[in-house]
Design a protein. Structure first.
Length: 93
């Protein structure tokens, strides 16, 4: 029985971070072709007012798709989302 080779080709990878005063932001976006008819997309975002210990927003999202035929794909998606709100004067609600 022949084994199927896993071929991972990264199509696009973008990463950005910035900091202004007490506000910090970071995100990363990745698209990878796993097999001929399957691809993986992953996105992570982080926004905070006080770097690591004071969370403003955290989003991790990823999905895997498989093309059954032309124009028809099935998709499996996973998402984690955490949000802590702030008032206009930068205090927590």
């Amino acid at each position: 029985m022949p084994s199927e080779k896993l071929d991972l080709q990264i199509k696009n990878n973008e990463c950005m971070g910035e900091s202004r005063g007490n506000y910090n932001m970071w995100y990363q976006y990745l698209i990878a072709q796993i097999l001929d008819k399957s691809s993986l997309i992953a996105l992570s975002q982080y926004h905070a007012f006080d770097l690591t210990y004071d969370l403003g927003l955290l989003l991790i999202n990823g999905y895997l798709d498989y093309q059954i035929r032309e124009g028809l794909k099935i998709v499996s998606e996973v998402m984690f989302f955490a949000l802590e709100s702030y008032q206009l004067d930068d205090t927590k609600e």
